[in-house]
Write a protein that binds this ligand. Structure first.
Ligand code: BTN
Length: 316
């Protein structure tokens, strides 16, 4: 763990802690402590230095930080925590292209150009959401790539249920819903090795509305947050760790496909009349099931169709 993460963890539990104590505890010089404190200040933490008392963390202690996430992780991950960025997916794709290793996570407090599916924007106000992109180099072939998103939807759904105590649903293909409104969207972008027929990298972008109760007019009827639905201000650091732990065995999970049973159980479209937007076509159908490739099987007036992509809505 980087020294700055250790120091941040100390500041979160101690009212005041001196540079000398920190230096002794972590076997580093006072100058290294000072540099780490400066790094934290550059990242936006308000750290006061008081003579004869030491350092003290002011302001919002619930900011995203790698130290708090790492404490709850089952295995080693690399982190890039950014005060703001256009889109964590764009940032993570750059890292992927420059060869960054498997299990690198980019998280930001605010996105200025958050991206949703089908070229839509993703509302990403400062401090409210968990805006996270996970760079994976999964050992799966190209045909299995579409399963990455559905596996992630289950990982998010189970993490949210565990921390909030509230049931959630999955709207095919990748939205997580609480009480009939969207709390999470997932956007997966991938690079392929065409020669080998394998996935070179996958950047899985996860946007969860965690805190805050105000939404712009155009989203008020369709989106919500965990806080708005449950009154709980759950820690975004804890939620990030829970999601990452659930993503841990992605390659094997995708191969054995057992997670699809949970995906089906949590589906809020199976058995419903739905409106399907598939490319330029719009039609109505009954959603029958989700198959082994996470495709939606629907019954239309013209017979059974299997949808590998597209958008469905339940309100007709
Ligand atoms: C959707 O709802 O259509 C998908 C939304 C995905 C949003 C996340 S937030 C983190 C990552 N960065 C982005 O720009 N998008 C994803």
């Amino acid at each position: 763990m980087a020294l700055k993460d250790d120091i941040l963890s100390e500041l979160m539990v101690n009212r005041f802690i001196s540079g000398e104590e920190l230096a002794e505890k972590y076997y580093v010089s006072r100058n290294s402590v000072w540099k780490a404190v400066k790094q934290l200040r550059d990242e936006g933490y308000e750290i006061e230095a008081v003579t004869n008392k030491g350092y003290c963390l002011k302001g919002d202690i619930n900011k995203i930080n790698a130290g708090s996430i790492r404490k709850k992780l089952k295995s080693e991950w690399s982190f890039e925590i950014l005060p703001e960025t256009d889109s964590t997916n764009n940032y993570a794709k750059e890292l992927a292209i420059t060869g960054k290793r498997n299990k690198t996570v980019v998280i930001t407090e605010k996105q200025n150009g958050g991206k949703g599916r089908l070229g839509r924007p993703f509302y990403s106000p400062e401090g409210n959401g968990l805006y996270m992109s996970v760079l994976f180099r999964p050992e799966i072939n190209v045909d299995s790539a579409p399963l990455i998103t559905s596996f992630t939807a289950v990982a998010v759904a189970e993490a949210v249920e565990k921390l909030s105590g509230q049931d959630v649903n999955i709207k095919w293909v990748n939205d997580v819903y609480m009480n009939g409104k969207k709390i999470c969207g997932i956007l997966t972008e991938a690079g392929f090795d065409f020669e080998g027929g394998t996935v070179d990298y996958a950047v899985i972008g996860i946007g969860i509305n965690v805190l805050g109760t105000d939404f712009p007019d155009e989203l008020i009827n369709i989106a919500t947050s965990i806080e708005k639905e449950t009154g709980l201000k759950i820690s975004r650091n804890d939620l990030a760790a829970e999601v990452l732990n659930n993503l841990e065995n992605m390659s094997n999970g995708i191969k054995d496909k057992k997670y699809l049973d949970i995906y089906r159980k949590k589906s809020n479209v199976i058995g419903k009349r739905i409106k399907v937007t598939y490319g330029s076509q719009v039609f109505y159908a009954e959603a029958l099931d989700i198959n082994e490739n996470a495709a939606l099987i629907v019954k239309t007036d013209n017979g059974i169709k299997i949808l590998n992509s597209g958008e469905v809505s339940i309100k007709l």
